[in-house]
Design a protein around this ligand. Structure first.
Ligand code: TXA
Ligand code: MG
Length: 317
């Protein structure tokens, strides 16, 4: 099948959202903004459409994808619901939280979405454009981040086009993503709730609602989160962490009050830093110079920021 010749750039006007929904129904790929990052959406019930996600991203293997739905009741149609899921959904949905739960019989989701696992990752996004698209489409959307496999995640429609133009049918442009790092993934299919990926919702907030600490797998690239490869979110340039100043030839990505080329948050606000993270990395990567990154505090959203930075700095395969 030939790739779509041109990628449409759509707005959030209702005629454009209807057009996007029609493309999705026809099995095409549509990138759309969420509060975390731009997602690359396909009909989660259509195996051929989901296969196109892997093809467009150049994913080397079939890692399981997150399914996006309009409301908690839609999630419950696909997974076996639990008390913990109910508490977290009430507290944090819609929002940057993904829950992994056992699939329900008759769930209707393509096996390519779950990569053959008996669990499903599901979330209800908060971004108005994502919600409007889910409403217009009227079904579950599988959506990984809308970037070529292993590259920096996209937080603007321009990032999406830079990586995937000509390989996807359309992108809905609604400006930069407010949270800026991917959703926090909590596994609820085992004996105890597990933090499978730190993300845009602080683990501390989740633990407060569950009234129990989240179990943390020793590394986040265990079999439980098969997509969490070590080298990920990688700029083309080399990345050096915990830098207090730039070496000759490097550009410095700062945090807090300091002299640097770009600052994630001059006022040391972790939410602002998360929102700026991928955009600043894209910008510094375009200079072609190695990137030095200042230390980021490892609490709240700093946990997700440091996770992404460690992957960006990890040795490449
Ligand atoms: O914020 C986000 O979560 C974004 C936006 C678009 O919603 N999506 C996103 O998707 O980050 P992706 O494909 O880049 O990351 C999905 C992660 C993978 O690391 C995968 O291992 C994990 O979710 N995952 C998916 N299904 C899983 C399952 N059944 N069990 C464990 N981990 C799962
Ligand atoms: Mg991704």
């Amino acid at each position: 099948r030939p790739a779509p010749p041109e990628t449409l750039v759509l707005t959030t006007a209702s005629a454009d959202l209807d057009r996007a929904a029609a493309l999705l129904r026809a099995g095409e790929l549509v990138a759309f903004p969420t509060e975390t990052v731009y997602g690359l959406g396909a009909d989660a019930r259509n195996g051929r459409a989901v296969a196109r996600i892997y093809e467009a991203k150049g994913r080397p293997s079939f890692n399981p994808l997150i399914v996006h739905v309009a409301a908690p009741d839609d999630a419950r149609r696909h997974v076996q619901w639990t008390d913990a899921a109910d508490r977290l959904a009430r507290a944090f949905w819609p929002g940057p939280l993904t829950l992994v739960l056992p699939l329900r019989p008759g769930h209707g989701i393509s096996e390519l979405v779950t990569a053959g696992l008996d669990t499903l990752a599901v979330r209800v996004p908060a971004h108005p454009a994502a919600r409007a698209l889910l409403h217009a489409f009227g079904g579950p959307l599988a959506a990984p981040s809308a970037n070529p496999s292993g590259r920096i995640s996209p937080t603007t429609a321009q990032h999406v086009l830079a990586g995937l133009a000509g390989r996807i049918a359309a992108v809905i442009d609604d400006g930069p993503c407010p949270v800026g790092v991917e959703s926090t993934i909590v596994g609820l299919a085992g004996e105890a709730p597990e933090l499978l990926r730190p993300g845009g919702l602080a683990a501390e907030a989740i633990e407060k609602v569950l009234a129990t600490p989240l179990r943390r797998p020793e590394t986040s690239d265990t079999v439980t989160a098969p997509g969490q490869l070590n080298s990920h979110y990688a700029p083309r340039a080399r990345v050096r962490l915990n830098a207090t100043s730039a070496e000759p030839g490097e550009v410095l990505l700062g945090f807090g009050p300091m002299a640097c080329d770009l600052n994630l948050s001059p006022s040391a606000d972790l939410e602002e830093a998360a929102a700026n993270l991928f955009g600043h990395l894209h910008r510094l990567d375009a200079t072609g110079k190695p990137i030095a990154v200042a230390p980021i505090p490892d609490h709240g959203l700093g946990h997700a920021i440091n996770d992404r930075l460690r992957r960006a700095a990890a040795p490449r395969p």
